[in-house]
Design a protein around this ligand. Sequence first.
Ligand code: ZN
Length: 192
Amino acid sequence: MNATQRSRGRLEVISGSMFSGKTEQLIARLREAGTRGERVGAYKHRIDNRYDPDHLITHTQDRFPAIRVADAAEVVARSNHLDTVAIDEGHFFGRILIDAVNTLLEAGKRVIVVGLEHDAWGRPFTPMPQLSEMADDVAHVYSACRVCGGQARYTQRMVPIDTPTMVGGVHQYEPRCQRCFEPLDAPPPEME
Ligand SMILES: [Zn+2]
């Protein structure tokens, strides 16, 4: 390694079902990094316009400033000055997020990606499983199944679906365990 080469960064993934406290855990890590003097930045996809477009919002109404971006390339383009780069709802970004994360890691950054483990059809939700494979640290966070109280690894869609991205609020989804989860009958719409 020559003197100008920086060491590879660190990838952390926080993966689970909806309402499991994923964003709470992300905000806690960002605040902790901030107290150590790290330059931190959080990004969210612009299709995620629930609640507040310019903050990460938890279901308990805690908030942290976030930058809305059009795609994963914009995350990379806007992160030059940052030590820690956080991406909320990583499943909104699609497979291209993997390349963006690799670019950030090669630049020596700490990257934290939060997202859903399964989509509304019960399938692994790209790119979260792939990022978990690459990660230095993976936290699985699950809420309680709304039906039986078991460990909810799935997210049940409660109303008809018109997009594959699973943008939605508290009334459109509920956490379910594998036994209580009912995959949607309708095939998933094509990703854009
Ligand atoms: Zn259950």
